[in-house]
Design a protein around this ligand. Sequence first.
Ligand code: ZN
Length: 58
Amino acid sequence: MYNFGLHYPIFGSEIPCPHCRQTNLALTLTGTYLCLRHGSFEADSLSSELVHLPSEWD
Ligand SMILES: [Zn+2]
């Protein structure tokens, strides 16, 4: 079994949004999580922190 393309970010396949607690799904290609309200959060593998990326939705 090979799981090409299923390399999740450090926090796993989904996390609660830090702001609204809705489920954020991981985007496996970019290592980010997506909240429908708040946009993208990047999982920083070096600092193990979740970084809110700038978004035009704000
Ligand atoms: Zn949110």
